[in-house]
Design a protein around this ligand. Structure first.
Ligand code: F6R
Length: 617
């Protein structure tokens, strides 16, 4: 995720900014930059790659000022390169901006500026142009007023910071759905996306709330709403150590990432509908689609290729594409696909799913398909990664960097991505009215709130983990969308707790696996509301009759039967549709594995024998 630190009122502002960016490195980034301001001009230095590249560039071109803003970028729009690194300025160099988040209406805003040249491919740059235009219109230029006017036009998620030559001691910041902290200590004003960046300077900070804007000067911080009415941010004292600050108070990155899922899913769903200029119905779009819609309309078969957790998301993708777009789909382990002779032709679509975009098996499998002239869509979390670059079309999951080895937020955003691809293919094949697509997308917007609600199960899940922490073998069972979630639950438990766990289609139990059940076995049954619910209840009865303890995952309003047959029931909120429900059902399983592993004293974030990105076969 991008990082921000701004400083005003220190003679060593640039060193202070670089120190802050260093503290934010753990969040992951692909470029870094800094801007300093004085009454004559703004100076920007930015470089793709690691912070060392920026430091070297600043050694060659030292900047000295009391005011500046630094940024580490995790690309969402545009390749990770020097040009797209933040800060961005307007063409006259009057205003500079850094931004975390996604500006949903940036194309509309760009169009409103008329014939203006943009120096980057980012959504963020438009904010600098808009602020400069506002300043130009004022007899007495006022950066705060200009930013208030700009913010009133922004849609999407942002923590955004501006400096301008007109008001060189001042940093103006605004927040909506992306964190932003402000502080003032010893005649210095600060802002940052994360307390970790400020912890060396002050521990008394204030978190802006959505819709708040702050003017930061060496004299203090004024917080207001978009109309300029003074408002109170959330003030707090940081008593965590640095390690905890990087994890934002969570004990592990995995837990932090589990809790980031509402935001990650919201970001993945953001900005997906384009209203065409001719006023026709809004159309769903993918981020970088270089495949002609007519070509996609002729697709008669899909291969979804991935590894591990991403493969499980792909299994939901199969259900979505077959259901909405009516195309047959095979989901295959990437390392197997590449060594056989799959029947692929130009009417076959390959969808390659990878969080990192660097998994060698998935990259090689996708090129095996492309060699046979199949178009390739990548569903990827890392902008500009190898898979994304080589694919013909890309949908990014916008989960932000995932640091824990065990994948959590990447998985739930991949499921959402798969649903979007299913809807997109239905759209290009004319299988759905535009209003239907829009209706489904609107209902999907309920998922982040439903995840928040599901996370409230944490206390109950921990109690279950305490009870079952020494269970040597856990069987996960599910049907339909519950099966990939059962497989993901088993994988999570294996990966971080090193306990044996396996998943089976619940209907297969009687064909063999039920022989493993004996008194004391734990069976986790995925039984959310839906068309296979009744069958799952029968499967639960079968395993219970053979002595298993059953933990069932059900949905609010349909758990009466479960409570009768399972020993424990975790109740999920009602999802917007059956497939989207899989995003909710995996969350108690992520928490269950997490708690079991921590109770057993395992290294949750870096489990043995595993690497975050598997770049070798
Ligand atoms: C499990 C996990 C792995 C990855 C797999 C593919 O928690 O993280 O199974 O899902 O290595 O990685 P990507 O998605 O980066 O291709």
């Amino acid at each position: 995720m991008c990082g921000i630190i701004g400083v005003t009122g220190r003679s060593d502002a640039v060193e202070c900014i670089l120190g802050g960016l260093k503290r934010l490195e753990y969040r992951g980034y692909d470029s870094a930059g800094v801007v300093t301001a004085d009454a004559n001009d703004l100076d920007v230095v930015k470089r793709a790659g690691k912070l060392e590249n920026l430091v070297r560039a600043l050694d060659d071109n030292p900047l000295a000022s009391q005011v500046g803003i630094g940024h580490t970028r995790w690309a969402t729009h545009g390749e990770p390169n020097d040009r797209n690194a933040h800060p961005h300025t307007d063409p006259s160099g009057r205003v500079a901006v850094v931004h975390n988040g996604i500006l949903e209406n940036y194309q509309e805003l760009k169009a409103s500026l008329g014939d203006v040249r943009f120096a980057s491919d980012t959504d963020s740059e438009v904010a600098a142009h808009l602020a400069a235009r506002e300043l130009e219109r004022m007899d007495e230029p006022d950066l705060l007023l200009a930013v208030r006017r700009v913010v009133a036009q922004l849609r999407g998620a942002y923590s955004i910071c501006f400096v301008a030559v007109d008001d060189p001691d001042t940093i103006v910041v605004a927040k909506h759905e992306a964190p932003l902290i402000v502080a003032h200590a010893d005649g210095v004003g600060y802002c940052a996306s994360d307390v970790a960046a400020l912890i060396d300077h002050t521990r008394d900070v204030a978190a802006l709330l959505d819709g708040q804007i702050a003017r930061i000067t060496p004299d203090g911080v004024d917080v207001m709403d978009v109309d300029g009415t003074p408002v109170e941010p959330h003030r707090f004292h940081v008593d965590w150590d640095l390690d905890a600050a990087e994890k934002q108070g969570y004990d592990h990155f995995m837990l932090k990432e589990i809790h980031e899922q509402p935001q990650a899913v919201a970001d993945t769903l953001l900005d997906r509908l384009n209203a065409p200029p001719d006023g026709g119905p809004a159309r769903l779009h993918l981020d970088e689609m270089r495949i002609d819609e007519h070509e996609l309309a002729r697709i008669d078969k899909v291969f979804i290729l991935a590894c591990g957790t991403s493969l499980h998301a792909g299994m939901i993708g199969k259900l979505a594409i077959e259901h909405w777009a009516g195309i047959p789909v095979d989901v295959e382990v990437a390392s197997e696909f590449r060594y056989r002779d799959p029947i692929v032709d130009p009417h076959t679509l390959v969808i390659a799913i990878s969080q990192s975009g660097e998994t060698i098996d998935t990259i090689a499998a996708a090129s095996h398909g492309r060699d046979q002239r199949a178009p390739v869509i990548a569903l990827c979390n890392v902008v500009g990664s190898t898979l994304a670059r080589e694919a013909d079309g890309v949908l990014y999951t916008h989960a932000g960097p995932e640091i824990a080895v065990a994948s959590t937020k990447a998985f739930t955003t991949q499921i959402v991505g798969c649903l979007l691809i299913g809807l997109y293919l239905a759209q290009v094949r004319g299988r759905m009215y535009a209003s239907e697509t829009e209706d489904i997308l609107t209902r999907l917007q309920q998922i982040p709130a439903a995840i928040e609600q599901t996370l409230l199960l944490d206390g109950e899940v921990r109690e279950l983990a305490e009870r079952y922490q020494d269970t040597n073998y856990t069987m996960f069972i599910g049907r339909h969308a519950g099966l990939p979630i059962a497989m993901e639950g088993a994988l999570k438990l294996k990966e971080i707790s090193y306990l044996h766990a396996e998943a089976f289609p619940a209907g297969e139990m009687k064909h063999g696996p039920i022989a493993l059940i004996e008194p004391g076995s734990l069976v986790v049954a995925l039984a959310p509301a839906g068309h296979v619910f009744g069958k799952m209840v029968s499967n639960i009865q079968e395993v219970r009759a053979r002595g298993a303890s059953v933990l069932a995952i059900g949905t609010d309003g349909s758990t009466a039967d479960l409570k009768e047959h399972a020993h424990h029931v975790l109740t999920l909120p009602e999802p917007p549709n059956e497939l989207a429900g899989s995003v909710l059902s995996v969350i108690p399983l992520q928490l269950f594995s997490y708690h079991i592993a921590t109770l057993r004293g395992e290294d949750v974030d870096q489990p043995r024998n595993l690497a975050k990105t598997v770049t070798v076969e």
